[in-house]
Design a protein around this ligand. Structure first.
Ligand SMILES: [Zn+2]
Length: 258
């Protein structure tokens, strides 16, 4: 296994987890349904963040040129998820793709929010990127974006479900095929140790109270269904299962060695 591309199956769908860079974990999901190739989130991109991202190179290495992507689903518009929608020349990085964003997320950024409050958890430069890069990308994409409603079925077996809190329009992506289920929960957790406390939230969560409610609800369902979960920022490939503890939750890493 190359340690920046990991292939796995969900029913008849072939999935790839791809690491968008080597500086910190940004796990991007590619779903090949047989009929379509669907990318969930796009990393930081090549022009507005340093070091530039390597998602496009790794997709190509995995046999998928950017022109082969049919749909790009954005879980939300934070810079480390929407940045890679454009290339370094300001053109859509996936020329033939439909770009989809939850309607509620568009409404949130339309209000020109201060994404993060001042904090010792990050510096001013980071705060500025977190506030400005999404605005830049949403403007560049405005003609192409399709705004989607929660529970919308994007393709057979693939649904986008509202999971507000991290951002108001934040959504998770449910992938079902042949009785198997993967849920891309993205930024709902950053460190498995944190979720032992069910009231935990991160410095990057826009509405901490809502995050706690959403996370517990999503985990409850995933645990009862035995769904595989994919996270954006746990160590690559960010896959695992959730189970209940007497208080809080336990993250069990998906075994990636054959
Ligand atoms: Zn993120």
């Amino acid at each position: 296994m190359v340690n920046d591309i990991f292939a796995f199956n969900i029913g008849t769908f072939n999935c790839l987890a791809i690491r968008d860079g080597d500086d910190w974990d940004r796990n991007v999901l590619l779903i090949k349904t047989g009929a379509q190739q669907i990318l969930v989130d796009t990393g930081v991109g090549r022009d507005l963040y340093s070091p530039p991202a390597v998602l496009l190179d790794r997709l190509l290495a995995a046999g998928t040129p950017p022109t082969a992507i049919d749909i790009v689903i954005l879980s939300h518009a934070d810079f480390d998820h929407i940045g890679g929608t454009m290339d370094e020349h300001g053109n859509p990085a996936f020329q033939n793709a439909r770009y989809m964003l939850p309607r509620e997320e568009w409404a949130f950024w339309s209000r020109k929010p201060e994404r993060l409050p001042p904090s010792t958890a990050y510096d001013e430069e980071f705060r500025k990127i977190a506030r400005d890069m999404p605005q830049t990308r949403l403007l560049q994409l405005s003609d192409k974006l399709e705004l989607i409603e929660t529970e919308a079925e994007i393709a057979p077996g693939i649904r986008v479900i509202a999971a507000p809190g991290h951002t108001p329009g934040y959504s998770i992506i449910s992938v079902e095929s042949d009785g198997k289920k993967l849920v891309c929960i993205g930024d709902l957790i950053y460190d498995p140790n944190d979720i032992k406390n069910p009231d935990w939230y991160s410095a990057f969560d826009f509405d901490p109270e809502e995050v706690v409610i959403t996370r517990n609800k999503v985990f409850e369902q995933a645990a009862s269904e035995g769904a595989l979960l994919m996270t954006s920022h746990l160590p690559f490939p960010g896959l695992g299962y959730i189970s209940r503890l007497e208080r809080g939750w336990r993250w069990q890493i998906f075994e990636t060695k054959g």
